[in-house]
Design a protein around this ligand. Structure first.
Ligand SMILES: [Zn+2]
Length: 177
């Protein structure tokens, strides 16, 4: 039997790890939220329980634009944070800290940069892909997310995310991506 000893401290900042801390006020998550299409200031949430935070976010999004895609995007980001944390607590993991050289780098002046990713939701037997387009100041210019109703081969779903990014650029007429 293999036993993994998991530190009670947050892998990203050393704070006591709770679900609420991990998903919202942790600096790593806060940076992700504020730069995401939902532009959430996760350190400003009033609630301290996960489900209450979820309701608070959904209420804000409904007031903001009523677009269910933003709620899907929120679920996708939560899942991504959880997956990222789990990868970091594995014994041979290397923390992708925000201060590392792997930070997002802007495109050349007046250009756009597209990032895409894919994730599998095994409990609901589906995949999700997301694309974010930012300008040279890091501002979100456009985005899209899709739910795929099956679990696909990981390489295939990554390819679909890439195709989604290309399609978005083509549809929007982005010429310098
Ligand atoms: Zn933390």
């Amino acid at each position: 039997m293999v036993v993994f000893l998991i530190s009670p401290e947050c892998k990203f900042c050393g704070h006591q790890e709770t679900l609420q801390h991990l998903f919202f006020p942790c600096h790593r998550s806060a940076a992700l939220w504020v730069h995401s299409p939902v532009r959430l200031r996760s350190t400003m949430l009033r609630n301290s329980k996960i489900l209450d935070c979820w309701s608070e976010i959904c209420d804000q999004l409904k007031l903001w634009n009523g677009d269910s895609n933003y709620i899907q995007m929120t679920a996708f980001i939560l899942w991504h944070i959880w997956e990222s944390r789990n990868l970091c607590v594995q014994p041979d993991a290397q923390v992708d800290n925000l201060s590392s050289p792997m930070l997002w780098r802007p495109p050349p002046s007046n250009g756009l940069k597209t990032n895409f990713d894919a994730a599998a939701d095994t409990s609901n037997c589906r995949d999700a892909t997301a694309v974010v387009v930012r300008d040279d100041h890091g501002r979100v210019v456009d985005w899209s997310c899709k739910i795929w109703p099956h679990i696909l081969d990981p390489h295939l779903v990554e390819s679909l995310a890439c195709l989604q990014a290309v399609d978005l650029a083509k549809i929007r007429g982005f010429s310098s991506v």
